[in-house]
Design a protein around this ligand. Sequence first.
Ligand code: SAH
Length: 395
Amino acid sequence: MSALDRATADETERPPDPSAFGVYYARLQHQQNMLQDVVRTDTYRRAIVGNADDFRGKVVLDVGAGTGILSFFAAQAGAGRVYAVEASAMAERAASLAASQGNARLARYAPDESRAKAGALSTSKLSADAAWDALDPTARIHVVRGKVEDVTIPEHVDVIISEPLGFLLVHERMLEAFINARDRFLKSGGLVMPSRGDIFAQPITDGQLWQEQEAKASFWRSQDFHGVDLSALHDAALDEYFGQAVVGYYPPEAAVSDDVATYAFDFGTCSVQDLRKFEIPFSFRITKTAILHGFGCWFDARFDGSTERVVLSTSPKAPGTHWYQSRLLLRRPIAVNPGQSISGTLSFKVNDRLSYDVEVNVVLDGTSVSSHQRVRLDDQMYHYLTPGQPQVPHA
Ligand code: SAH
């Protein structure tokens, strides 16, 4: 058992502490970045408002509400009561937004419009402890500041909505909080949105990107850096650069196979443990003469409403999102030819940096040629096709 194995085995079912992200998410500019991801926000709205039958008159929990946008969508879809739980100080912004005149229609029950117009909700200054005392019983959206695994809400809910998606679906480990909330608060037979997440991987060639990483490491080959021989660290530098997850769009033509490996999480049934360690086996038939430099990965989130099934895709063939795609490079690439096949695994295991270590193992079938790479999903290298795009540290 490695140290990592022990760390995982010792962990309880509790999701990790997201406070490292708390400062980040408390900033309006970062919430804005997510709100302005048109694909993300429109798809969520379609999934919720387009499935109004699942929300009308229902009790809803919004896990990690941020500005409360998904809670507003739920209210637009006719939800009776929405609990908007947010760990960061953004909770107070969400409460003022819900209480503001322009949103009062959504933030309060409709029966008495004159009361709805009367002013702010008393929830605009919530702390975790004071939350319940401060609640206005007539409010439609109740904002609660706290980690979802720490708060209590007074009833079980019909629907849980959340946007817990990180790079490659799982980075940030917020899905664990989503599943924890499902286990504690969802009525049996209730609905979770998203209902399912799929990770996809395909083998790619990208000589330029590979050389870029190698060139950065070559600094450490210097034998006379102000009189100091740095070359003893060159190997470690290569490990570090190739151990970065490359975040950015890549063209679908980079694929060297038509095959795609997939791995699905059913958010209605999966456990927190299922998320902490999982393995994606793959087998790809090669279609090009090329150098295999690594794997291009993305994810879809699916919303199985009773009216409409909606898919949020971050595929290289889909319109761009702030999740881009993620590439896992091989320090030791493999030359491949059409007709050959490669197989192996991508093994994901949580680390204590709210992210994952990914072990990539690949063999050229029928040969002794293989490659292994460890990639840290929390160590990201941003690489955009279009220069000048915002360098966004979030997903
Ligand atoms: N739902 C919003 C924000 C999504 S970002 C939207 O769709 O725009 C994720 C949010 O979840 C962040 O604001 C973050 O602070 C919050 N969060 C992360 N982990 C949490 C947890 N365990 N409990 C409550 N909120 C959490």
